[in-house]
Design a protein around this ligand. Structure first.
Ligand SMILES: [Zn+2]
Length: 199
């Protein structure tokens, strides 16, 4: 019951219930396996709500503007995948769209609903299913990888054209930070305890 695998050495452990501020360490490798953050769910929900707002902004405004030889081209975040498709890289377009918009969007929405239900003490039967869905989709959200890719391309294109980072880029960077912060506030053990209590 409630067994967790240590993320470092795979040892199966049944962590004891923790008081606020306490941490449980793996007896074999010493890495932290559970931590009780007193306001963890509230803070994670606040970051997830901010991330939702920033993701909406990131999808509505220009992402990048290129200016070269008197011609200016503005591209939005959803258009970046469309542009790859137009240039014949359909598989890459699907991957970019799935991992930088769909998966992070589903993860953020899932976190808002899951944490909202926990914070508001709603008793809902499907919370465990949602918890499993959030855990499943989390590794597929690759916003940081995408941002680093954009910055690397930015430094390469900067010598060929004048590139301006749009509102959407900054909103997307803020989204990546808020989503990472939301996940950092969550403890697996504490989250699943809360899900079990609410289901
Ligand atoms: Zn371990």
């Amino acid at each position: 019951m409630n067994e967790l695998a240590c993320l470092e050495c795979d040892l199966l452990i049944n962590p004891p219930s923790l008081d606020p501020g306490q941490r449980a360490r793996c007896p074999r490798c010493g890495s932290t396996i559970a931590a009780h953050n007193p306001d963890g769910h509230h803070r994670a929900l606040a970051y997830a709500l901010a991330a939702t707002f920033l993701l909406i902004v990131a999808n509505l405004f220009p992402f990048l503007a290129f200016k070269s030889g008197g011609i200016e081209q503005v591209i939005t975040l959803p258009e970046s995948a469309g542009q790859l498709h137009a240039e014949g890289s359909s598989a890459l377009a699907i991957i970019v769209f799935a991992f930088t918009i769909v998966a992070p969007g589903l993860l953020t929405m899932g976190l808002v609903i899951l944490l909202g239900a926990i914070v508001l003490n709603l008793r809902v039967s499907w919370l465990a299913v949602l918890g499993r869905f959030v855990t499943f989709v989390q590794p597929w959200s690759m916003v940081e990888v995408f941002l680093i890719g954009v910055l690397v391309s930015f430094t390469k294109i900067a010598s060929l054209a004048t590139v301006t980072l749009g509102v959407s880029f900054w909103a997307f960077a803020g989204f990546a930070i808020c989503l990472t912060a939301a996940l950092a506030c969550l403890d697996r053990h504490q989250l699943w305890r809360a899900i079990e209590n609410a289901s």
